[in-house]
Design a protein around this ligand. Structure first.
Ligand code: HEC
Ligand code: HEC
Length: 233
């Protein structure tokens, strides 16, 4: 009898662990798949966009996000957690929906933003809450040594979508890039260039394809200094 218990123990324990751990992030086709359409209409995004958002409920639902993105939505430049405060609600909704569906890979964040933690309506509530927060005054910037090159690249290849001051475009789902952490902008730009951000806009991938790492560092530094209202600091 004792022997049986000893034998079954580890199996029961393993089964218990398997049942308790959340399912892995799903995988959906993205830019690597032929016929990929950027921002194709999908049910969850339509539900979230149509929802009459409640920022007070969003503030509560945001509690699980604070550990990484911080209570004021300022993120963490050193850990490459993006600033979310002041981002367009439409952009926040699209990115959350894409992570939930598996079009944007983020296995680390997925357990916190998955549908068993946050409902489709709460996605919109959180986005509305974050969008109205003030853009935090400090963010991580680059070394500031190559800003002229950063500006000319940005004006030539990026400003048509992200705006002259980095303000983005809510109606088009183009993110605000002004005053975002340099580390995050640099990391995402490389992912976009190399096909690793699978929900990216193909026009942007074309625009950034020929960039060296130094080009990306320069343009990211420039974007991190845009304030959406004025010239870079
Ligand atoms: C374990 C840390 C962690 C937690 C908890 C977390 N996130 Fe994130 N989040 C990240 C990281 C890291 C990224 C950037 C991933 C990348 O490099 O593409 C990110 C990216 C995002 C983005 C994309 C921003 C953009 O500009 O494209 C949104 C939106 C977001 N998170 C919202 C949330 C919300 C809402 C919650 C809570 C429900 C949450 N996150 C919880 C780590 C986290
Ligand atoms: C055709 C319009 C377009 C152009 C041109 C464009 N972008 Fe983007 N950019 C987008 C869209 C749309 C997104 C969000 C993509 C998605 O759905 O994931 C984005 C996202 C980003 C992000 C991630 C922001 C975040 O909050 O996660 C960075 C960084 C970025 N772009 C940098 C650039 C740079 C640098 C250039 C110029 C070399 C550029 N983009 C040109 C449309 C564009």
């Amino acid at each position: 009898m004792m022997t049986r218990l000893v034998c079954l123990g580890p199996i029961a324990l393993l089964a218990g662990i398997a049942a308790a751990s959340p399912p892995v992030q799903p995988h959906a086709p993205g830019i690597e798949s032929p016929g990929y359409v950027w921002n194709a209409p999908n049910e969850e995004q339509m539900i979230a966009l149509a929802h009459r958002a409640d920022p007070a409920n969003g503030e509560e639902a945001y509690a699980v996000c604070r550990g990484c993105h911080q209570a004021d939505g300022s993120g963490r430049g050193d850990a490459i957690y993006p600033q979310l405060a002041g981002q367009h609600a439409s952009v926040l909704i699209k990115q959350m929906v894409d992570v939930r569906a598996g079009r944007r890979d983020n296995p680390k964040m997925h357990p916190f933003v998955a549908e068993w933690v946050v409902s489709s309506e709460e996605v919109a509530d959180i986005a509305a809450y974050l969008a109205q927060l003030p853009i935090p005054p400090t963010n991580l910037k680059g070394e500031g040594t190559d800003l002229a090159r950063g500006e000319s690249l940005y004006v030539k290849d990026c400003a048509t979508c992200h705006g002259a001051q980095g303000e983005g475009d809510a109606a088009e789902f183009y993110p605000r890039v002004a005053h975002q952490h340099y580390s995050y902008l640099d990391h995402e730009s490389k992912l976009i260039r190399d096909g690793g951000r699978r929900n990216a806009n193909p026009e942007m991938v074309k625009a950034i394809k020929g960039y060296s790492d130094a080009d990306i560092a320069a343009v990211s530094d420039y974007m991190s200094r845009l304030t959406a209202e004025s010239r870079p600091e």
